[in-house]
Design a protein around this ligand. Structure first.
Ligand SMILES: NC(=O)c1ccc[n+]([C@@H]2O[C@H](COP(=O)([O-])OP(=O)(O)OC[C@H]3O[C@@H](n4cnc5c(N)ncnc54)[C@H](OP(=O)(O)O)[C@@H]3O)[C@@H](O)[C@H]2O)c1
Length: 278
């Protein structure tokens, strides 16, 4: 079944599900990313700090897919937040990827202690005008960080990629994003190593619909209106994770999965107000 797409606030489009590439590297990484494209993913998520932009570029070339059929995301690291650094960082990402433009480029973390994310944002605004980046967005931004850059620049991000899984459903952040017309993307969408596959609301729905617990969680993401970017190195799971458009959870089932959320449900304490990632 074809993956639906969303129109972003800048008129560009993104598929309703994408492929996460961390920590896929080397020849095995290229093979896994190429396999993801071959099984049907059309949105691929990388970052400078994943150290695998070259692998992503190689997998894209090997796939033979026309460039305009793919959406490629990368992210600017904290150490490149100065305006000139952010511009240089973007050129270097494009070089490593072997691409002429990025479909989506994000500020990876706000690093508020460093206090330069607004500079990185103004670089992204200019890079979009130049056409090197089609859509611009942020990752791990809190309501305060969003307000700051929108007030500063008058430009609203197209996407905010945040930690989002059943133990951390991000109700407030999803509402704030929606209020701005920002599409939420979900990192660690399955919950990574702490995936709640055996929790009642997940396992029960899996049994009712004859799907896997992973598919239930990704379907929950889709019904929240968030774009999940699950990572898997195995073609079979890649295929499974993409195949979530042939069944629908009830509103009660969606609420029950959201009910697994906990105040301290973050995977590694990655609070954007305090977490530093350079
Ligand atoms: N913006 C940010 O700050 C940020 C932070 C973290 C991650 N990310 C992005 O988000 C992407 C996804 O997050 P993530 O990799 O942390 O977590 P995830 O996608 O929730 O989980 C990945 C793990 O789940 C396993 N898995 C995948 N599909 C499965 C299935 N159907 N059944 C059982 N296990 C399954 C994978 O193992 P196998 O490979 O063996 O299948 C892998 O160990 C990353 O790759 C990265 O692109 C962004």
């Amino acid at each position: 079944m074809a993956t639906p797409t969303y129109e972003l606030n800048d008129g560009n489009t993104l598929p309703a599900i994408g492929f996460g590439t961390y920590p896929l590297r080397g020849d095995e990484g290229v093979a896994a990313i190429r396999s993801a494209i071959e099984v049907g993913y059309r949105l691929v998520d990388t970052a400078v700090n994943y150290g695998n932009e070259s692998e992503v570029g190689e997998a894209i070339r090997q796939s033979g897919l026309p460039r305009d059929e793919l959406r490629v995301t990368s992210k600017i690291p904290g150490r490149h937040h100065g305006y000139d650094d952010a511009v240089r960082s973007t050129h270097e990402s494009l070089e490593r990827l072997g691409l002429e433009y990025l479909d989506l480029h994000l500020i990876h973390w706000p690093n508020p202690r460093l206090g330069r994310y607004a500079e990185a944002w103004s670089a992204l605004v200019d890079l979009q005008k130049e056409g090197l980046v089609r859509s611009i967005g942020v990752s791990n931004f809190s309501p305060e960080h969003l307000e700051r850059i929108i007030d500063d620049s008058g430009v609203t991000p197209a996407v905010n990629q945040v930690e989002l899984h059943p133990y951390f459903p991000q109700a407030v952040m999803r509402d704030v994003n929606e209020g701005y017309g920002i599409r939420t993307e979900s990192w660690s969408p399955l919950g990574k190593r702490q995936a709640p596959f055996t929790e009642g609301p997940v396992a029960g729905a899996a049994e009712r619909y004859g799907v896997t617990p992973g598919q239930v969680i990704l379907r929950w993401q889709v019904q929240l209106g968030a774009i999940p970017i699950p990572k898997s190195a195995t073609p079979e799971r890649q295929r499974q994770n993409l195949d979530v458009f042939g069944f629908e959870l009830t509103a009660e089932e969606v609420a029950a999965i959201s009910g697994l959320g906990r105040a301290d449900g973050r995977l590694f304490g990655g609070d954007p107000d305090t977490h530093e990632e350079m």
